[in-house]
Design a protein around this ligand. Structure first.
Ligand SMILES: [Zn+2]
Length: 264
């Protein structure tokens, strides 16, 4: 089973400028965030990104520049052995009333579809109220970080107290990957087992890499360090197994034509 964590981009991975980032140089990673992603990968997690990029709809960000920015992100990650499997972005503005702009969950559905993954066990890390709403509008568990808009989000909005909060992405990953007290012994057994496995032949890790649509083709697979084949899942007290509505085609649906009368 693919273990997936979805990240908001601005304010979680890179510094939030309070406005659209429109050049590659403006894309500056938050300290420790890329390393945190690499650590997730090494532990067998896939990572996806969902990001509102209304700068495109507003005409202040070129699509090609957005791709360059993401290329930069992938390159920096590759250098430290990390990778992001899917980047979903919404190019629309508020007035487009699309299904993908957060807080709408459309991008999560398209990732779910693309990776063939059920959203029930997925966590989304964000910094804004919209991120939290996006997660809660689907079956995804929200986590908030205090980088970007996070601190302000927590100060301004009531009712987010039940959402796990961390100082930054690195702190969340530390917590996620920390051996839980009750699985400690179990874990050491497992790592022995994995060691044995690693020695007895270089197998593919249990992780299935979504080969179809990596955002850039340079998605290099990380060295398969002992990946836990069986889920030592974090205690996720989500018991309901909500079914996801059939994913619709979300990303490309530009609602602009909606009002225009169809000409024949
Ligand atoms: Zn959209």
């Amino acid at each position: 089973m693919i273990k997936l964590i979805v990240l908001s981009r601005d304010g979680v991975i890179n510094k939030d400028l309070g406005r659209p980032i429109t050049t590659v140089d403006e894309w500056v990673p938050i300290e420790g965030s890329l390393e945190a992603i690499a650590r997730l990968n090494k532990d067998g997690w896939s990572v996806a990104v969902v990001t509102n990029q209304s700068g495109i709809g507003l005409g202040i960000l070129e699509l090609s520049t957005l791709h360059d920015i993401h290329k930069r992100m992938h390159e920096l990650l590759n250098q430290i052995g990390g990778k992001i499997d899917v980047v979903a972005f919404c190019p629309h503005t508020d007035s487009d009333d699309c299904a993908c702009r957060k807080p709408a969950p459309g991008m999560l559905y398209s990732i779910s579809e693309r990776l063939g993954i059920n959203l029930n066990n997925v966590t989304m890390v964000g910094d804004s109220l919209h991120d939290m709403q996006t997660a809660m509008a689907s079956a995804v568990s929200p986590v908030i970080v205090r980088t970007g808009k996070g601190r302000k989000t927590l100060d301004t909005h009531k009712g987010l107290e039940h959402i796990p909060a961390f100082d930054n992405l690195a702190a969340y990953v530390d917590d996620l990957l920390a051996p839980k007290a009750d699985e400690k012994s179990d874990k050491s057994d497992k790592s022995k087992l994995n060691q044995a496995k690693a020695q007895s032949g270089k197998s593919q890790s249990g992780k299935s890499t979504p080969s179809s649509k990596a955002p850039t083709t340079k998605a290099q697979t990380t060295k398969p360090t002992a990946s836990k084949a069986t889920g030592s899942k974090t205690a996720n007290n989500k018991t309901s197994s909500t079914k996801i509505a059939a994913p619709k085609e979300v990303t490309s649906k530009a609602p602009k034509n909606k009002s225009s009368s169809s000409k024949s």
